[in-house]
Design a protein around this ligand. Structure first.
Ligand code: FE2
Length: 317
């Protein structure tokens, strides 16, 4: 796994804090944007409610998800495994096309949007994780495009990260969650099987393209896990959610191997979940959680909808 050196991380954290400060917003608003004909008027809306834990967690997540800035552009995050490593549950071709085609395209288009923003260097350096958590701070005329492209970039980073090949030294039946993540699953859903049933049900019923996530929430100091979903490439980060596990439900994620059988893909996908890396994401969120956290519950979030009771499954095109 690639690690960002500590000095670079500290410098990035300082840039992040500055990028979201009132001073930063004033500088952005005052800058000459003549070189950005298709950029905004320079008016930046102040964040309505930026989460206090945003800078610290984004640095840790950048490291985990292998999100790296090179020469002013974000690199396509590397996979933690080879393209053929997920066989037979996910074919080499499926993973390769998904990563080098789709994820790479979102990376390229996000970089293009970032390069057209006022003060591109500072905007890029503040990192897409933070920007998705604070979309209102972006210029209005690029906000929707950024939400789609950076959402695709970050959503794929999360969903590729939480997959991995089976550990051949451990029986398949024993390769489930353990430790802290198991405790939270049990407290939140009663059992791992109950969580899987609810998660899979939401994934099967999701209409169109999108994602289903298992997210950490903290209500009045009590941690629990909750299942949420996002349409298209909206990010759970934009709704204030803290994802620890997610499944890509765009057809490009599975069609080459499973065609229109989304339910089969979901059932098999559980064999690919790396509970070790799910635990790393959980630790990242918990370690950066403010002591007096009262992060909002599902009902208080915006931009993300809980699973509904839509009866359709995804066995059709
Ligand atoms: Fe995808």
């Amino acid at each position: 796994m690639n690690h960002i050196c500590s000095v670079a991380a500290c410098l990035q954290l300082l840039v992040c804090v500055f990028a979201l400060s009132p001073v930063r917003l004033f500088v952005l608003a005052a800058e000459d944007i003549d070189d950005h004909a298709d950029a905004s008027s320079g008016e930046i809306e102040a964040a309505s409610n930026p989460p206090a834990w945003l800078p610290a967690v984004s640095v840790r997540l950048l490291e985990l998800l292998d999100i790296r800035l090179e020469n002013g552009s974000y690199e396509l995050p590397r996979l933690m495994y080879s393209y053929e490593a997920l066989e037979p549950y996910m074919s080499e071709r499926t993973v390769r096309v998904h990563h080098t085609g789709h994820h790479a395209a979102y990376t390229k288009k996000m970089n293009s949007i970032l390069s057209r923003m006022p003060s591109a260097d500072a905007v890029v350096a503040s990192n897409p994780l933070q920007q998705l958590m604070n979309l209102d701070a972006l210029p209005e005329d690029v906000r929707d495009a950024f939400r789609n492209q950076a959402g695709g970039f970050v959503n794929h980073a999360f969903t590729f990260f939480v997959m991995g090949p089976l550990d051949q030294s451990v029986e398949v039946a024993d390769q489930g969650p353990s430790g802290k993540i198991l405790d939270l699953i049990t407290e939140s859903f009663g059992s791992t099987d109950a969580m899987k049933e609810q998660f899979s049900g939401a994934a099967a019923k999701l209409f169109g393209s999108g994602y289903v996530w298992l997210c950490l929430e903290n209500v009045a100091g009590v941690r629990r896990l909750t299942i949420t979903e996002n349409a298209n490439q909206d990010s759970p980060l934009s709704g204030g959610f803290r994802p620890v596990l997610g499944i890509d439900l765009w057809e490009h994620a599975y069609y080459l191997q499973y065609q229109n059988k989304r339910v089969d893909y979901i059932a098999t996908w559980w064999q690919l979940v790396s509970w070790e890396r799910v635990g790393l994401l959980l630790d990242a969120w918990i370690e950066t959680e403010p002591a007096d956290s009262t992060a909002s519950s599902v009902e208080e979030q915006v931009g993300t909808t809980p699973p509904d009771d839509t009866p359709e499954t995804r066995d059709e095109l």
